[in-house]
Design a protein around this ligand. Structure first.
Ligand SMILES: [Ca+2]
Length: 200
């Protein structure tokens, strides 16, 4: 016997009234909260879960991101900036070195460093044409640069002449857990980040 959708089935699945006037059709209401212009507040939903990355341990979550602390899973290896960010990319789709975009995210980094007694970590931050930039592409805001460094100058200071990578150092200059521009060949662990939800 062939199954044909009845009128009542069709009505149940598609005749839900649009929740808002901006939402015109069944299809658009199912997929999106409607159009939004630049500067509009972040939507509260609906959200589309991203496919799981199988087998990648997640050490922390915050907002729409999950985080993987390399040192907890690779025998505390350290890497150049390139190697560290490659480690993150090798975890799978969507994984990158961390982009520290908010004060809450910076707190997460400082807590991880404190909890595990790390001397330093890499981030995805790297000097581009017009200043430092994150892998996420989000606007770079220097939330936690140190006020000092090896030459007692505020960071970034490019002390070694090729300090093109952004690391977080744990009180190396008696300055707390702070951002420093560092030559990329130094070896450190890294926090990897992946956005787990994309607003539809
Ligand atoms: Ca520096």
């Amino acid at each position: 016997m062939r199954y044909l959708p009845t009128r009542s089935t069709w009505l149940q699945t598609c005749r839900r009234p649009p929740p808002r006037a901006t939402c015109g059709t069944c299809a658009t209401c199912g997929a999106s909260a409607g159009s939004r212009g630049p500067g509009a507040p972040r939507p509260s939903g609906p959200v589309v879960p991203q496919p799981a990355t199988s087998g990648v341990p997640v050490d922390q979550r915050l907002g729409d991101s999950e985080y993987h602390f390399s040192w907890r899973h690779d025998g505390s290896k350290t890497y150049t900036w390139d190697g560290a960010n490659q480690y993150c990319g090798n975890l799978g789709s969507g994984w990158q070195g961390i982009s520290i975009e908010t004060r809450q995210e910076d707190s997460l980094v400082r807590e991880a460093i404190t909890e595990d007694h790390l001397p330093w970590i890499w981030t995805s931050g790297q000097l581009k044409n017009h200043g430092f930039a994150w892998a996420s592409g989000a606007e770079f805001v220097g939330l936690n640069w140190s006020h000092t460094g090896g030459n007692h100058r505020p960071q970034p200071d490019n002390r070694e002449g090729d300090e093109n990578c952004l690391g977080v150092l744990n009180n190396v200059y008696d300055d707390g857990i702070k951002w420093h521009d560092i030559a990329c060949h130094h070896d450190k662990a890294i926090i990897c980040e992946r956005k787990v939800r994309v607003h539809g």
